[in-house]
Design a protein around this ligand. Structure first.
Ligand code: PEP
Ligand code: MN
Length: 335
């Protein structure tokens, strides 16, 4: 159950509601986000919601039977749109392209990518400064100084920055240089990281875990939301299956399913989803047709020279071709 509290609800009123629910066998957790205050009730005892809504301080009450609550459509029917500023919105009704290298490398690479994206009308650039790598001997990113460089070059052209945060201690130093925090597949269930990202007022793009179920993804999103941050974006990036022909299996089923179950925006990452450059554009288009609210795509001036994930990275020419095809889909009303 979700009790939305009236803006003027007093501490005493909230205590009273909570006590009433407690007596009725429901455990409550108070939640305060950027936009409202709630009591999330967990319980299974029969309860008449009208009795709850009669309490002073209650704005409305919803029964939510999903294991996740605040991210559920059962509570909030209207899709969430997340604003990044300068007119950039992620959510229902738009297809927001976020493109850039797997890893930030140097100034020239960032400047060339920003210029390319700007020429294509793409307003969000991805780029990892802190890289989670399977091998400790692989390139692990340019770190905070590199992120500062990335942000200053991108922002000079009004391009937004999405980048991965690996651990709690990095959140604060990164805060001023990030427009969207990315939580990688390997951290999808790092609950202390999710808790802390719930305390910042910045959008968080949360990737599905390598072997994560959709219910687990939604519960991870609930961690962020219930700690106070409503600006959560879900990302399907492929899962591990028995199939070895490609890096991961992009689960396009996830898009309509997540959009049915949750009001949060859903983004697709076809680069990690298939891991094969040749097929990334096809899967990006498929993701768009399946209803994704955005695409996260790896691009590089020269993919062969990329310091990470070159094999799944599009060249600028390939990316431009894909963007043109996305426009054709939009023009045809297919999306
Ligand atoms: C990435 O976006 O470069 C990345 C590391 O992704 P994932 O966490 O999905 O593997
Ligand atoms: Mn990558």
């Amino acid at each position: 159950m979700i009790v939305t509290l009236a803006p003027n609800a007093s501490t005493e009123h909230i205590q009273e509601i909570s006590n009433f629910l407690g007596r009725s066998g429901w455990k409550t957790t108070p939640v305060q986000t950027q936009s409202a205050r709630y009591l999330v009730g967990i319980g299974s005892k029969e309860i008449d919601l009208r009795q709850v809504s009669q309490h002073t301080g209650v704005q409305d009450v919803h029964r939510v039977t999903d294991v996740y609550k605040l991210v559920s459509r059962a509570w909030k029917v209207k899709p969430t749109q997340i604003e990044l500023g300068d007119g950039v919105v992620i959510g229902e009704g738009s297809l927001t392209v976020m493109a850039g290298p797997c890893s930030i490398e140097d100034e020239q690479q960032v400047a060339e990518t920003v210029d390319f994206l700007s020429s294509q009308g793409v307003q969000v650039m991805r780029g990892g400064a802190f890289k989670p790598r399977s091998s400790p001997y692989s390139f692990r990113g340019v770190g905070l100084e590199g992120l500062k460089m990335f942000a200053s070059i991108a922002r000079a052209k009004r391009v937004k920055v999405i980048t991965e945060v690996l651990d709690v201690s990095a959140i604060e130093p990164m805060l001023d240089y990030v427009d969207v925090f990315q939580v990688g597949a390997r951290n999808s269930q790092n609950f202390t990281l999710l808790d802390e990202l719930g305390r910042v007022d910045k959008p968080v793009l949360l990737k599905r875990g390598l072997s994560g179920t959709l219910e687990e993804l939604l519960q991870s999103a609930e961690y962020i939301f219930s700690k106070g941050n409503e600006k959560v974006i879900l990302c399907e990036r492929g899962i591990r299956t028995y199939e070895k022909a490609y890096r991961n299996t992009l689960d396009l089923n996830a898009i309509p399913y997540l959009k049915e179950k949750s009001h949060l925006p859903v983004v697709v990452d076809p680069s990690h989803g298939i891991g094969l450059r040749k097929h990334v554009p096809t899967m990006a288009l498929a993701g768009a047709v399946a209803g994704a609210d955005g695409l996260l795509i790896e691009i590089h001036r020269c993919p062969e020279e990329a310091l990470s994930d070159g094999a799944q990275t599009l060249s600028f020419e390939e990316a431009a071709e894909l963007f043109k095809n996305l426009e054709k889909l939009a023009a045809a009303g297919i999306r």
